[in-house]
Design a protein around this ligand. Structure first.
Ligand code: NAP
Length: 304
């Protein structure tokens, strides 16, 4: 892992009340710079998160594999916003690099961690390269968990902070077969992990002052699709810009949304999903073996 540091430290001044997220009452904001740690900042949504936070006066630590991209972004943000930007070149599929980032996070104690890095890996499951299966889990499950674990203790001790996990609208599509959606069992599994992990962690951290959000955007205009070998030009659905997703996510934090779905017109639908899950859980947890399985059990016993 390679690290570098650019820029000079300044007290942020650009943010108005509306862009101070949830720290506006906190001494740390008034007394000095706040710091955001953004993964996958070399393009797309991650670069947009870094740009927006820098414009709001945040210092940054940004990471991805393409150091030239990070360097160019850091130089641009330092020049335009006079913020401090550290770059950390790291491969989130490499456990050693993730361990290095854990140390960086433990040392920097960021006020916000954005677990954004990801890729599609779309392929029929029977044909997907086993190395891609491992990489998908490493980047979108293991690294998200480990970096969150590294960030949470200092946030809890401070009584403030936020973790944003960039998942996908596809996290809700486990029951939808492929075509026209892509073959995506691994991707949906990883994004559904982020959804469930964030919701459970939010419950665990309630009352600590630490906010956790899973952001579930639909189609976004980034390099993601070309890397997945898909052409989305002419697709009959709206495609968001990365900065729109970032605006929704940060507005969602202010609204206290644990699950932020940028394109969802009626946010109460998230509550409907929550209630359906709780109803299923409550019904099953108080019941024994369901009737429809009893004949199977009786048949098996008779055969013994
Ligand atoms: N685009 C969409 O339609 C869409 C929709 C819903 C959700 N999302 C999610 O949004 C997030 C951002 O994607 P995007 O659309 O902005 O795509 P993108 O432009 O391709 O950006 C992906 C970022 O992830 C980084 N990354 C990928 N693999 C990595 C690895 N092994 N180690 C470190 N960094 C890695 C890339 O950096 P390097 O290549 O430089 O390492 C890049 O900065 C992803 O989690 C994606 O799943 C995207």
């Amino acid at each position: 892992m390679l690290s570098g540091r650019l820029g000079k430290c300044v007290v942020p001044s650009a943010a108005d009340e509306a862009t101070r997220y949830f720290w506006h009452k906190h001494d740390r904001w008034l007394g000095g710079a706040v710091l955001g740690f953004v993964t996958g900042a070399s393009s797309g949504v991650g670069a947009a998160f870094a740009s927006r936070l820098a414009a709001d006066g945040w210092d940054l630590a940004i990471t991805a594999r393409r150091g030239d991209r990070l360097q160019a972004l850091a130089e641009r943000l330092t020049a335009s916003h006079s913020v401090n930007v550290q770059i950390h070149v790291a491969d989130l599929a490499d456990p050693g690099d993730v361990a290095g980032l854990e140390l960086v996070i433990a040392q920097l104690k960021p006020d916000m961690l954005v677990n954004n890095a990801g890729f599609a890996g779309y392929r029929e499951f029977a044909q997907v390269d086993p190395a891609v299966v491992a990489e998908l889990v490493d980047v979108q499950v293991m690294a998200v968990s480990r970096l969150s674990r590294a960030a949470v203790p200092a946030m809890v001790a401070r009584g403030s902070g936020a973790i944003i996990n960039v998942s996908s609208l596809l996290a809700f599509t486990g029951s939808v077969p492929p075509q026209p959606l892509p073959h995506r069992a691994m991707y949906v599994g990883a994004k559904a992990f982020q959804l469930a992990f964030t919701r459970a962690l939010a419950g665990e951290l309630a009352g600590t002052g630490v906010q956790v959000q899973v952001c579930c955007p639909g189609l976004i205009d980034t390099e993601f699709h070309a890397l997945a070998g898909r052409d989305i030009t002419g697709i009959p659905f709206p495609v968001m810009q990365p900065d729109e997703v970032v605006a929704a996510s940060l507005a969602g934090l202010r609204l206290g949304e644990v699950v932020c779905v940028p394109a969802l017109p009626d946010p109460s639908m998230v509550g409907t999903v929550d209630r359906a899950e709780v109803a299923l859980y409550r019904s099953a947890v108080i019941s024994g073996l369901a009737d429809r399985y009893r004949s199977e059990k009786a048949g098996a016993a008779a055969a013994d």
